[in-house]
Design a protein around this ligand. Structure first.
Ligand code: PLP
Length: 375
């Protein structure tokens, strides 16, 4: 198999699995229980949360562990009562909540980058929260968050001068970025940051939300009061242990991963034929989005699957529902080009030899599709 869909899911790394294992069985205790072995697990859980937080320049008390990024994104929006702005290319777990709260979308440029002019125009005295992902999950586009944070800082200053007290928070979904970017909450200037273990060779259903002192959240579920009352439910100890190891590994290999994916991306771009590269600039090194105008990407996915090459047409959740990509549409691609677009996302399961093979197989499939259409 040649797996080119690491943006959808990553396999749990051996080191991660090894670290998690004891906490499923021997160290199974509920961290809230009063006896010593449970207290030991509770202490390890807190230390591990500290390690996760530390990796993004925060403290254990600044993060809330959630059951994945969807939940973290939903929790983030409890910080605002209204006045929400969100980027039109956000993942559905941001878009849907923001829409349900009456949020207004911010445009992207054809490059996929946030249209800062549109953002400036849409900020009003009522704006409470702005949500812009660090890296997009369909294009890999890395957003200039520091510039957004600067606009927010200027807005806050102006509000202060005019005696307006309304909060203005910056939320960012960093689910896709953790593998390739060195993330630091202070440097990014975010108040809320979503992390996702499932995209960094950690377990699925584990995520975290960084919450600055300025943000006041409300729980989505009521219960035993774990995670400072913000996320009740017995702690997912193995999940958190695994997440910490996964983040540590990602941090250690940031540079070498970037170099590796850059090389593989270049091989694809030079060996593939007859495509248009959609994410030419500002993208994570492991994202290659190709358009084969006039072809049906869903058929291509299916034909490539028959040759054990796994690629995507866009976000896995949208693809499974047969929904056209709102991201490709937002960057201005016409219907025919959206219909012919493939997302290849590179990762740990790939090596250079595989990439040469993948390019050859993709070229063969494209040629046979074109021959079929031309009759
Ligand atoms: N945000 C982004 C950018 C994603 O890519 C994903 C996963 O596809 C999610 C959120 C949702 O993550 P999960 O399904 O783990 O909750």
């Amino acid at each position: 198999m040649i797996y080119l869909d690491h943006a959808a899911a990553t396999p749990v790394a051996d080191k991660v699995l090894t670290a998690m294992k004891p906490y499923f069985a021997a160290e199974f205790f509920n961290p809230s229980s009063p006896y010593l072995p449970a207290k030991k697990v509770a202490a390890e859980y807190e230390t591990t949360k500290g390690a996760i937080a530390h990796a993004i320049g925060a403290k254990a008390s600044d993060i809330v562990i959630t059951a994945g990024a969807t939940e973290a994104n939903n929790l983030a929006f409890t910080a605002a009562e209204g006045g929400i702005l969100y980027l039109e290319t956000e993942h559905d777990s941001v878009r849907r909540v923001a829409e349900s709260l009456g949020g207004e979308s911010i445009k992207v440029l054809p490059s996929g980058l946030v249209d800062l002019k549109d953002l400036r125009e849409k900020i009003t005295d009522e704006t409470e929260m702005i949500s812009i992902s660090l890296a997009n999950n369909e294009l890999g586009t890395i957003q200039p968050l520091a510039e957004v944070a600067e606009i927010i800082r200027e807005t806050k200053l102006d509000r202060m001068k005019r005696g307006i007290k309304k909060q203005l928070l910056l939320h960012s979904d960093a689910s896709q970025a953790l593998n390739l970017l060195d993330i630091n909450v202070a440097r990014l200037g975010v108040d809320l940051l979503t992390l996702n273990a499932a995209k960094v060779y950690g377990p699925k259903g584990v995520g975290a939300l960084y919450v600055s002192h300025d943000a006041r959240l409300h729980p989505l579920v009521a219960g035993g009061g774990q995670e400072k009352g913000l996320r009740s439910g017995t702690e997912n100890v193995p999940g958190v242990i695994g997440f910490a190891v996964a983040i540590d590994e990602a941090k250690k290999h940031l540079k070498s991963n970037r170099a590796k994916y850059k090389e593989m991306r270049q091989i694809l771009l030079s060996e593939l034929a007859d495509y248009e590269l959609i994410n030419r600039k500002h993208a994570l090194d492991n994202f290659v989005v190709l358009c084969y105008d006039g072809l049906d990407a869903e058929r291509l996915v299916f034909l490539l699957e028959a040759k054990e090459v796994y690629v995507a047409t866009g976000a896995a959740c949208a693809a499974s529902k047969g929904v056209r990509s709102h991201v490709l549409s937002a960057i201005g691609l016409p219907e025919s080009k959206i219909a012919g677009s493939l997302r290849l996302s590179l990762g740990e399961l790939n090596d250079v030899d595989q990439i040469h093979t993948a390019a050859r197989i993709i070229n063969e499939v494209i040629k046979s599709e074109k021959d079929r259409i031309d009759g």
